[in-house]
Design a protein around this ligand. Structure first.
Ligand code: CP
Ligand code: NVA
Length: 310
């Protein structure tokens, strides 16, 4: 091993894992979920501590990691920028050196991916991306798991992304490349996915469409996200105008396959990126998707801390 290289496994973006590791994680998540539903105690992480660092708001990420870690027998620290020295400009590298001497695993939600990477580079323990401006890998882990639960393997399928070329879109693109499905993308002009940021050179896994209805044609899954992500609030007025035609409605769902699913990472804005009749309709699996955050992240923490089981 070269000096400075780390043996610690982190989860900083979706492409950090191979397809074969995802197959393992989805199997483990299904087992862990089944045990949870049967009220079977499963506590392999007794005496392990998760530190969660939130620089942006959260409901699902906070609850799913916190409840999940307690269920696995561990404990959790919830840190926010405002009540740590991170909010008073202590270097992220120093924070990483200190925090990672006292806990076993760290989850971070922050702005720039570079900050997460600087933390990971100085951490003695695994670091998980709980959302950055660029990526949201835990969400796509849950989304693909949810697709598999409802429809089987996602390989060879078509996923339609309608909306902003944001952290979710970048991560869907990485997933398409690794897991072998096609991403149909329709974004307003000026809000396209940047392939350099997404970090996907393979052009075969993506097709772009000017009109969102065309992107949805023949899709097995239609998915979208807010028009304005956290950290971009000052662009809100311009975005409200630019995205007005990128609202997933009944016509778009009708253009998809009859058995197409609808997903949204949440929080959602009914009447903006999705009509209420779609997100609250029979094809929507958004509540399963939210719940599955917890099950897949339990499998992820188990994998990062204990390796493969069995
Ligand atoms: N989907 C998601 O990450 O939700 P939160 O922002 O509530 O964590
Ligand atoms: N793209 C959204 C996802 C929220 C879970 C954001 O970054 O705000």
């Amino acid at each position: 091993m070269k000096p400075g290289m780390s043996l610690i496994k982190h989860y900083l973006q979706f492409k950090d894992f191979r397809a074969e590791e995802y197959a393992y994680l989805f199997e483990r998540a299904a087992i862990i979920k089944r045990r949870f539903k049967n009220y079977e105690k499963y506590q392999p992480l007794i005496d392990r501590t998760l530190a969660m660092i939130f620089e942006k708001a959260s409901t699902r990420t906070r609850v799913s990691f916190e409840a999940g870690m307690y269920q696995l027998g561990g404990t959790v620290l919830n840190l926010t920028t405002g009540d740590t020295q991170l909010g008073r400009a202590e270097p992220v590298e120093d924070s990483a050196r200190v925090i990672s001497r006292m806990v076993d695993i760290v989850m971070i939600r922050t702005y720039e991916q570079a900050k997460l990477e600087a933390f990971a580079a100085n951490s003695r323990v695994p670091v998980i991306n709980g959302l950055t401006n660029e990526y949201h890998p835990c969400q796509i882990l849950a989304d693909v798991f949810t697709f598999i639960e409802h429809r089987g393997s996602i390989a060879g399928k078509v996923v339609a992304w309608v909306g902003d070329g944001n952290n979710m879109a970048n991560t869907w693109l990485q997933a398409a490349d690794i897991l072998g499905f096609t991403l149909h993308v329709s974004t307003p002009g000026g809000y396209e996915i940047d392939p350099v940021v997404a970090g996907v050179a393979n052009k075969d896994c993506v097709r772009t469409f000017n009109h969102p209805l065309e992107a949805c044609a023949g899709a097995h899954l239609v998915t979208t996200d807010v028009w304005t992500s956290m950290g971009y609030e000052e662009e809100n007025e311009a975005r409200m105008k630019a995205f007005v035609d990128w609202c997933v409605d009944a016509d778009m769902m009708a253009a998809a396959r009859p058995d197409a699913l609808f997903m949204h990472c949440l929080p959602a804005h009914r009447g903006e990126e999705v009509e209420a009749e779609v997100i609250d309709g029979p094809q929507s699996v958004v509540w399963d998707e939210a719940e599955n955050r917890m099950h897949v992240q339990k499998a992820l923490m188990e994998y990062l801390l204990l390796g493969r089981i069995g």
